[in-house]
Ligand binder design. Structure first.
Ligand SMILES: O=C(O)CCC(=O)C(=O)O
Ligand SMILES: [Mn+2]
Length: 198
């Protein structure tokens, strides 16, 4: 898509088992609408699995080992998901990826994520691996600056997008689920992003 931003079209194969894994994660750590440090609720609902989970509240953005809603550790990262992330990273040119965090975003019709960069992790030598399930959406890649006309790509369920190296801190965002075209999959889009956070 851009230097060091690699689209692996259809990489996951059938997605039913991945969706079932997400359901087991959200049964233990439910989807919630986090607030930005400024107090605005985010339109995507989210949860986490893995040793660390990303949270946002009035104290800022950070990773936490426990779910603030329950006080319990985040659900473990299912082997199916970890393995998928490792294979995708290797296929995109980053062998040896060992994610310790997986953010799970859920987008209902109209929900989106504005331009931002993933910058709360410690290790920027490791890539981001992003998996689309459910419905398709347009993904926007801005690159080094949050300005100008982004590159656009339509992410289909089963697609995996990997970015790393000089692109690791690139600005990106995503539009709402493409509902009209998602009759088969239902209107929800689920996105998994795997990171080496700690
Ligand atoms: O849903 C997406 O495709 C992007 C999600 C994302 O950028 C994030 O969780 O930081
Ligand atoms: Mn992001």
């Amino acid at each position: 898509m851009a230097p060091e931003v690699v689209l692996l079209h259809g990489f996951t194969g059938p997605t039913e088992d991945l969706v079932a894994a997400v359901e087991s994660i959200s049964a233990a750590a439910s989807f919630r609408h986090l607030k930005t440090p400024g107090g605005k609720p985010m339109s995507a609902a989210m949860t986490n699995c893995g040793a660390l989970g990303w949270v946002s509240d009035a104290r800022g953005y950070r990773y936490e080992p426990c779910d603030p809603l329950t006080g319990h550790p985040w659900p473990a990262m299912p082997a199916l998901l970890r393995d998928l992330a490792q294979r995708a990273a290797a296929a995109a040119g980053w062998p040896g990826f060992d994610p310790d965090a997986c953010l799970v975003n859920r987008y209902v019709p109209g929900a989106r994520m504005g331009a931002h960069r993933d910058a709360d992790e410690r290790d920027f030598t490791q890539p981001i691996v992003s998996v689309t399930l459910g419905a398709a959406a347009m993904f926007f890649w801005y690159g080094a600056r949050r300005a100008g006309t982004p590159l656009k790509v339509r992410l289909e369920p089963g697609d995996v997008l990997v970015w790393g190296g000089a692109a690791r801190r690139g600005y990106h965002g995503v539009g709402p689920p493409l509902v009209a075209e998602a009759a088969q999959a239902g209107p929800l889009r689920i996105n998994l992003t795997f990171r080496k956070a700690g």
